[in-house]
Design a protein around this ligand. Sequence first.
Ligand code: F6R
Length: 615
Amino acid sequence: MCGIIAYIGNKQALPILVKGLRRLEYRGYDSAGVAIAQDGKINRVRSVGRIDNLDEKLKDHTVEGTVGIAHTRWATHGGVTEENAHPHFGCDGKLVLVHNGIIENYRELKTNLGDTHEFKTQTDTEILAHLIEFHYEQQKIHNETPDVRLAVEHALAHVRGTYGLVVMHADHPDLLVAARLGSPLVVGIGEGEHYIASDATPMLAYTKKVIFLEDGEVAEISRDNMETYNLKDEAIEKHVEEIEWNETQAQKQGFDHFMLKEIFDQPTVFEDAIRGRYNLLEGTANLGGLNMSDDEMRSVNRVILIACGTASYAAMVGKYAFERLAGIPTEVDVASEFRYRDPIVDEHTLVFGVSQSGETADTLAALREAKRKGAFVRGIVNVVGSTIARETDGGTYIHAGPELAVASTKAYTNMVAIMVLYALQFGRLKRVSPATGQRLLKALREIPAKMHEILEQKDLIKEMALKYKDYKDFLFLGRGINFPVALEGSHKLKEISYIHSEAYPAGEMKHGVNALLASDFPVLAIMTKDQLYDKMRSNVEEIKARKAPILLIATKGDEGAKELTDDVLYVPDTMELLEPLLNTIPLQLFAYYIAVELGRDVDRPRNLAKSVTVE
Ligand code: F6R
């Protein structure tokens, strides 16, 4: 996720763009840049770090003009460097663009353009500038009147992936072209001026009148006019809407908290995590950054997943995936334990550090220890360019976008997605058949729609939360792959509602915890239709007999669940290995609504920090 702001009007663009970038910093903040057109030239200034750094740098430049584009980056492809910061040029320094999204086939497109175009960055975005420039030049070669919008449309016809983009051309200073597929863009309408941005936040100070671009639309925007087309170049009628949100509401896209927004981001960012990372035909994953040969991969006889907190619960799901698909014995180690335990690893051990921030001190120290002892050390990380990403010898970014709420939600699901893909990649080198791989990939692709189905039940989940909010203790139960889900559900509830809760594998109940069961001790049990369903059901029957209130997560269609309790939240069916990707979501929402009801500071719970950089 990155932030885009563009302006065309009669005021100086620079102050509007810089102010707009500050409003958008929540979408990404590792580097930023502006480009402004004037007198047939484009002036571009970029800087690594937050907008303050860019602002400081701009003091040494005169950047004047009334049309410009700007971007604050959250890196996905290519490290955090000034060279990789947007806006990006084509070859002749006249066409420049900003982009939010992922271009899946950027390598293929680069190859197709051949060596007539020189690339200067490691980003997936730069290809767009060159491709649009190429189509623009073709128009000239064929003696057509050069048309930026048509060049954009022709270029986008070859692109696979997602984009929200704004293009500016030095020879067309009265024009900006915007296009959207999968990454949002809003156009704000002022008097003789237009604003274009990733969301309405940066334009609210100037106008409340906006037009939302839809997927597959391309807009040609001048000071006084906006025309919208589809990718077949047919004109489209757009409606102007009046925005009622204030700035903070707009940043949260109308959600009350970042946590809720991030829970609802999950279907979209899940697609970002898996996009372009599998080959359906061969039934395998192709996560590129592992930096291991097939022989090295085959030589791995043990996997250790190192993480803390929510990331460690994601890793526990990863353990199931590695053992089931790849047949490699896998352990999950909480980083703070691993680093002091004198761990046994060797050159056949593959150690993954799993971390949203990529800065967690314990995880980092544990990885250093594993590296010292000769293991393959790789990262599964969200923040590009973070210390773990830099210090490991490869790995994969989970593409969840900035996670601002302290409680991790969308990073968890994307971590699970990546570990499943890695497990499949290893599995296909050993024992998994193409057909099994294909079945899994097809099921993975259905996950976003199923996540939506769960999110649509938010009102029912809220109702349950209201019913249960006054209990002082909770027990979360799961078995098999749903035990880590129970742990994560319990963890979410604790950290944002401050209610005491525990999670147990349901088979352990009779070894002690049964003693706690009573009418004031509610049990949230995950009883979806996996291989342990019957056993889980018996456990729930026992709890019912002991009069504890029961809330069930069950598979859609399991009417029998209603015989055990009135309180059932249904989730869609999926392959067992993928159940945590769905079953966790009602638990995130349950914790969220209880915390809100109890008046907690949901996005910033007491005593917790987003990035734990100290031991
Ligand atoms: C829980 C939570 C923490 C983190 C943990 C690891 O919602 O946010 O438990 O999961 O501190 O952080 P990362 O993933 O940044 O290493």
